[in-house]
Design a protein around this ligand. Structure first.
Ligand code: HEC
Length: 134
C-alpha cells in the first residue's frame, strides 16, 4: 500500500499519467523541431564538431521516433509517418551515427546531404511546398 502511495505521489510530482499523451505535438510543430536539429546538425558537421553533432542526431532521432509512434494518420500522408521514416530516413541516420563513431567527417558530410535530400523527397512526393536547405 505504501509503495502504491509512493508511486502515485511520484507520478503526480513528475506529472506522468497513464492516459495517452495529451500535449502531443502535431506534425507541423515536430517538423519545426526537426528543422532546428537538422540545421544545427549541418552547421556542426561543416565545422567538424562531430561530438556536438552526435547530440543533435540523438535529438532528431528521438523526435522522429515520437512522430513515428504518434502520427499514424495525417491529411497529407497516405501511410503512417513510420512508413516514410523507415523508407527514407533510417538509413542516412544510422550511416551518420557510424560516421560519428568512426570520427569520419567526409562520410558525415556525405550522409548529411543524403539525409536532407530524403527530407525533400518526402516533401516532394507529398507535395509539401517546403524545401529543406543544406
Ligand atoms: C512523411 C514524410 C516526411 C519526411 C520524411 C519529412 N517531412 Fe517535413 N513535412 C512533412 C509533411 C506532411 C509536412 C506538412 C505538415 C503540415 O503542414 O501539417 C512537412 C512540413 C515540414 C516543414 C514545414 C513546417 C511549417 O510549419 O512550415 C519543415 C520545416 C519540415 N517539414 C522539415 C523536415 C525536415 C528537416 C525533415 C528531415 C529531417 C523532414 N521534414 C522530413 C512530411 C515529411
Amino acid at each position: 500500500m505504501k509503495a502504491i502511495t509512493a508511486i502515485s505521489t511520484l507520478c503526480f510530482l513528475l506529472s506522468c499519467s497513464p492516459e495517452p499523451v495529451k500535449n502531443m505535438k502535431d506534425l507541423e510543430q515536430s517538423m519545426m523541431d526537426l528543422k532546428a536539429y537538422q540545421e544545427n546538425l549541418g552547421e556542426g558537421i561543416r565545422a567538424c564538431r562531430l561530438e556536438d553533432s552526435r547530440w543533435l542526431l540523438d535529438g532528431m532521432d528521438s523526435t522522429l521516433r515520437t512522430v513515428a509512434a504518434t502520427i499514424t494518420e495525417h491529411h497529407r500522408m497516405d501511410k503512417p509517418f513510420a512508413y516514410y521514416k523507415k523508407r527514407l530516413l533510417d538509413k542516412p541516420l544510422s550511416e551518420l551515427e557510424s560516421a560519428f563513431d568512426d570520427n569520419d567527417t567526409a562520410k558525415a558530410r556525405a550522409q548529411y546531404v543524403i539525409l536532407v535530400d530524403k527530407c525533400n523527397k518526402c516533401h516532394l512526393d507529398l507535395e509539401i511546398d517546403k524545401e529543406v536547405k543544406y
